[in-house]
Design a protein around this ligand. Structure first.
Ligand SMILES: Cc1cc2nc3c(=O)[nH]c(=O)nc-3n(C[C@H](O)[C@H](O)[C@H](O)COP(=O)(O)O)c2cc1C
Length: 193
């Protein structure tokens, strides 16, 4: 298979598009983050990569708390808006008509319209070059009731937004299931087929 080497880049191809929230000067503010991932399972931890200039970062550094809100596809306009306008210039919460609620972490504003909300405490801040990698411990996970099936979060109901870093950058919706995880690979286990 012919390959072409392109410039080195963190081309993971698809990531989620989430809304990271913090309290900045007493007001909830949200920014769009595509560089978001799972960092640890026990205890539950997630990571977000944030540029030092972001308004949201001020609140994260000051309170050492933040939220990750997983939007569904119907919030795509709001997600893009929160990624192109800074909270230093606009009240994004009121423009987007986000309804805010709080769990026990009063500096981790949660968006009611997002089907999944994580309230996090900062565990580590790693200063890389262009970005700070923030590792947060998930203190609370909230899920909209209608997005559960048999009491478990259901991806088909959550309908998360997927961000594609390939040009032109675009948002996608979740596609069809291809196979069962931790299962289909068993067909290649020696002696099985
Ligand atoms: C799809 C998308 C993904 C983004 N991902 C990130 C990211 O991972 N890290 C980051 O620092 N900025 C990211 N941004 C840019 C910020 O969301 C943007 O600069 C935002 O206005 C910052 O808001 P704030 O100044 O209120 O914090 C992204 C923007 C978009 C549209």
């Amino acid at each position: 298979m012919a390959k072409v080497q392109i410039n080195p880049q963190p081309l993971i191809c698809t990531t989620p598009a989430v809304l990271v929230g913090s309290m900045v000067e007493g007001k909830p503010n949200f920014m769009t983050v595509a560089w978001c991932g799972v960092a640890n399972s026990v205890p539950p931890m997630v990571s977000v990569a944030i540029r030092p200039v972001r308004h949201t970062l001020k609140g994260i550094k000051a309170s050492r708390e933040f939220s990750i809100n997983i939007p569904s596809v119907d919030l795509v306009k709001e997600v893009d808006y929160c990624g192109i306008v800074s909270g230093a210039k606009a009240d994004k919460t009121s423009v987007c008509k986000f309804k805010i609620f709080y769990g026990n972490l009063k500096n981790a504003p949660l968006i009611e319209q997002c089907p999944v909300n994580l309230a996090c405490k900062v565990e580590h801040i790693l200063e890389l070059e262009s970005h700070l990698l923030i590792v947060g411990r998930v203190e609370e996970t909230h899920v909209t009731k209608t997005c559960l099936t048999d009491d478990k979060p259901d991806i088909r109901k959550i309908k998360p937004l997927i961000y594609a870093a390939t040009a032109p950058t675009e948002y996608f919706s979740f596609g069809d299931s291809v196979a069962k995880a931790f299962s289909i690979g068993k067909e290649l286990v020696e002696g099985k087929s």
